[in-house]
Design a protein around this ligand. Structure first.
Ligand SMILES: Cc1ncc(COP(=O)(O)O)c(C=O)c1O
Ligand SMILES: N[C@H](C=O)CCC(=O)O
Length: 428
């Protein structure tokens, strides 16, 4: 498989764009080699500028639950474009998407749209602080909530990949209100509450996808809810990644724990830049212009993005059982690879939630970021390179989740398992 054109393109991009990429995880830095430059996507496949074709398990880092170029999303976007790209004024499309989101999440009475997951979480934190009149927040090591200053502390995803989970450039003053706890460890959260009586909220990825896939235990989430209630703090579920992927009704529907605020992104925009945060009426009433907590955006509620999001979510709502089909494929994929790995003495830890999947090359169960960091990154890198050369595009970091779309067929999954056997044989 030649990747000469991608190599050339990366060289040129590096001269013009820091690291050659516009979001660090894309740079392939932790898996070696060079990123492939994409020319187009089609269903479950990505094509690169050298003419190679890959089964895509990244899907733009989650948004494309119907695969590339889904017909209904594509035509909704084309139709919306014909009426204008942006107005900066209310449109019916925003109300329609709001109705749909509210109908899918029990804990959301009102929702505000923004343009990214980062914005959604940053605004949700401000709202929680405004609502409670408190300053401190609790976040978990290895959870990633976008790149806003106070959340870039011991963060997962690209921050972990590049060994800078807490970024230079963020003044200590900005993070002194961010308290850290360990995922799936309630004692560490109790300690935060013992240390501070000023905690506005606890924010968590209820199904973490930014330290690899590590779901929170049901009991842990319930205890977290109880601790927040006992201490007058809000519980925020960051479902930018897991929202509509693990369940169409949110993590609350599969874990039994209800958050106070939910943040959304990725699938909600059908591939266009959309984020959102929602909560019960009383909390959302604090938001400007109803309340005093300021939040705004020139392109928020963009009509083309709203049309894409509406097409994606309405299709998902109509075909809700599709997530079970995707989960079966996800389970088959990781179980199949685990079986092949075992034949070469390689132990894998695997998990899935809906259309999300994850795997670690590790002897021990992974319950938190500290466990994930014990994985052999160089072995993952060899696996990644091997699979890429076989035509399978996995996330280029062990601190990421994988995704199945409706365009990822059973055949693609079986081919992938077969290819993994070949790669394990080479790298064992
Ligand atoms: C859980 C979670 N929260 C927030 C974000 C930030 O979203 P965005 O990259 O759209 O700013 C991401 C992904 O990047 C995410 O996975
Ligand atoms: N893990 C990140 C989001 O979920 C990956 C996307 C990015 O940071 O570019």
């Amino acid at each position: 498989m030649s990747k000469d054109k991608s190599l050339e393109a990366f060289k040129e991009a590096q001269e013009l764009i820091p690291g050659g990429v516009n979001s660090p995880v894309r740079a392939f830095a932790s898996v070696g080699g060079s990123p492939v430059f994409v020319s187009e996507g089609e269903g479950g496949y990505l094509k690169d500028i050298d003419g190679n074709k890959y089964v895509d398990f990244v899907q733009s880092w989650g948004p494309l639950i119907f695969g590339h170029r889904d017909e209904s999303i594509e035509s909704a976007v084309i139709e919306a474009v014909k009426h204008g790209l942006s107005f900066g004024a209310p449109t019916l499309a925003e109300t329609e998407l709001a109705k749909l989101v509210i109908s899918m999440f029990d804990s959301i009475d009102k929702v505000r749209f923004v343009s990214s997951g980062t914005e959604a979480v940053m605004s949700a934190i401000r709202l929680a602080r405004g609502f409670t009149g408190r300053d401190d927040i609790v976040k978990f090591t290895g959870c990633y909530h976008g790149h806003s200053d106070s959340l870039l502390v011991q963060a997962g995803s690209g921050a972990a990949t590049f060994g800078n989970p807490s970024s230079p450039g963020v003044p200590a003053d900005f993070t002194k209100h961010t308290l850290l706890a360990q995922y799936n460890n309630i004692e560490s959260v109790k300690k935060c509450f013992a240390d501070s009586s000023d905690i506005a909220c606890v924010i968590i990825e209820p199904i973490a996808g930014n330290m690899g896939l590590v779901p929170a235990d049901k009991v842990f989430l319930k205890e977290l809810r109880d601790l927040c209630d006992a201490n007058g703090a809000l519980l925020i579920f960051d479902e930018v990644m897991s929202g509509f992927r693990a369940s169409i009704n949110g993590a609350e529907s599969i874990t039994g724990t209800k958050p106070d605020i939910v943040t959304l992104g990725k699938v909600i925009g059908g591939g266009m830049p959309v984020g959102a945060f929602g909560a019960r009426r009383e909390i959302m009433a604090k938001l400007s212009p109803e309340g005093p907590v300021y939040q705004a955006g020139t392109l928020s509620g963009n009509p083309v993005a709203m049309a894409a999001g509406f097409a994606a979510l309405s299709k998902l709502k109509k075909n809700a059982p599709v997530l079970d089909v995707l989960n079966k494929r996800a389970v088959r994929l990781v179980e199949g690879m685990k079986t092949e790995a075992a034949k070469f003495g390689i132990t894998m830890q695997i998990d899935t939630r809906g259309s999300m999947f994850g795997f670690f090359f590790n002897e021990n169960e992974i319950k938190n970021f500290e466990d994930a960091c014990t994985c052999d990154a160089s072995f993952f890198a060899k696996f990644h390179q091997g699979m890429l050369n076989e035509g399978f595009y996995f996330a280029c970091s062990l601190f990421e989740a994988g995704f199945i779309s409706t365009a990822t067929t059973d055949e693609m999954v079986e081919e992938c398992i077969k290819a993994s056997a070949k790669v394990f044989k080479e790298i064992a």
